[in-house]
Ligand binder design. Sequence first.
Ligand code: DC
Length: 220
Amino acid sequence: MKNIIKIALDGPSGSGKSTIAKKISAKLNILYLDTGAMYRATALKALALGIDTFDEKGVSTFINDIDLQIKYVDGTQRTILDGVDVSEKIREPHVSMAASNISSLKCVRLKMVDMQRKIASQMSCVLDGRDIGSYVLPNADFKFYITASVDVRADRRFKELTLKGHKVDYAELKKEIEQRDYNDKTREFSPLVKAENAIEIDTSFMTIDQVIGKVLSYIE
Ligand code: DC
């Protein structure tokens, strides 16, 4: 294996990408960057400022100077916005939709991609997101497209949120996932696509360990 290795994991929300990316990074002892957290933090900033998450003009007033830092504490990514650790707050359901909306703005994507490339430039890493293999790291050594049916993804998210104590309506949640899929796949600039030469893995009927095994079998 060469010294520096870059792995791109893309796919729709709830496909299991982040769980897989975390385990792969631990197993290979390389950096993991959850790029979705960066879009979520940007959405949180817009919400705090009362700026509509589709308002490109409004968002462009703060995006270039956004005080957003990614830190690693005991190997876990922490997302710091304006000096405050927002790693938990950005997971709240209303932030998910706001993140999907704001991620369609070109000014946001340009800034985030620039930050992501800088973070990824110096070391071996695995990045998860929507456009990693197609746009952020087009020369990644390995590209995976992780997917699952909408029903399976809605079930997983429902369990995850319920476990965290959130009250969620299943039908509403499923509708939101479909809406986010639509937003992510149809946005003009850098949409969610399966990158050319990406390996597609449908995780609907696979356990996490089976998926990890499959991903590692390509890498190792
Ligand atoms: O992976 P996630 O659900 O935490 O991502 C939140 C939103 O951010 C998602 O709806 C789409 C957007 N996103 C993106 O557009 N590009 C990425 N590389 C990562 C996330």
